[in-house]
Design a protein. Sequence first.
Length: 164
Amino acid sequence: MENRHGIIWGFLLILMGAFFLAINMYPNIFGTEFWPFIVIGVGAAFLLSALLTRTGGLAIPGCIVGGIGGILYYQTISGNWASWAYLWTLIPGFVGVGIILAGLLSRERVHFDTGGLILIAISFMGFIIFAGSFGLNLGMGMLWPLFLIGIGVITLISALFRKR
């Protein structure tokens, strides 16, 4: 199995090196809005490694780094750098998605980890609170009932998948 890991990592490193070489040789090939895709690409490399090696733990940093790259891309194309005041609250949700993927990709025992759903719910709640306070004009009256419904769904799923 170690040989397979080395082959996969070697292949990924060669691809990343070729990509960075192309950027150095042709600096304007992708334009000025492209730089966040480097961060997204690093996250994708972690996710691809997790998928190919069935090492679920690599999905967690892959989701975090890729998600932050997505935030940076949004901020780059919109110019809304002040949105970081509330977009940081999405990071626990990225961790939650990574935990769920890690459980599903685990080599030892494929499982669904409800802790990931809890982190996604916490992230959603933080986003609603901070985005409503610092940037987005959210109709909070409409969103709080949806948040309660979401928490109820997560609680129900957690109860159904809990070991007895």
